[in-house]
Design a protein around this ligand. Structure first.
Ligand code: CO
Length: 154
């Protein structure tokens, strides 16, 4: 049998370990899937403010090639999304439908086709609390359906 004081010590130790474990486990990455039906499987993403960097892994769960059903993940402020998406389409396939040097684009993956994936990591210091962000796929015709909101969570 364990002595009372040993149990006490273990309980105390477990209590001390919880905050450290929580910090370590802060989810600073998310996986999002795009499919052959022109859909993302997530409509919103919360970025924990405790993360220094955040990684988005985009997986194309479909089979269609990227020339027919290409997907990328592009992040802007919500107010910038429509303009950046339009300029992305104009930039063309060779640029993965993202305009060169577009300051409105906070982060983006490359364009992927069925079975492919790509990820992007960005500094959480690029996000402001209370600001509304939108992510979308900038492949022509996709951004009206393939989009979601992102925010800096508390
Ligand atoms: Co797409």
């Amino acid at each position: 049998m364990m002595s009372k004081s040993a149990i006490c010590r273990i309980t105390l130790l477990a209590g001390l370990m919880v905050p450290a474990a929580t910090t370590w486990a802060a989810d600073c990455a998310v996986e999002i899937e795009g499919n052959d039906a022109m859909q993302f499987n997530k409509s919103s993403i919360d970025v924990p403010a405790s993360c220094k960097q955040f990684t988005v892994k985009l997986k194309h769960s479909g089979k269609l090639p990227k020339v027919a059903m290409g997907h990328n993940w592009v992040l802007t402020k919500t107010a910038d999304a429509q303009g950046a998406a339009g300029d992305g389409v104009a930039a063309g396939a060779a640029k993965d439908y993202v305009k060169d040097g577009d300051a409105r684009v906070i982060a983006h993956t490359k364009l992927v086709g069925g079975g492919e994936s790509d990820s992007v990591t960005f500094g959480v210091d690029k996000l402001s609390a209370g600001e509304s962000y939108t992510y979308f796929c900038s492949f022509p015709g996709h951004s009206s359906l393939m989009k979601g909101t992102l925010k800096l969570a508390k």
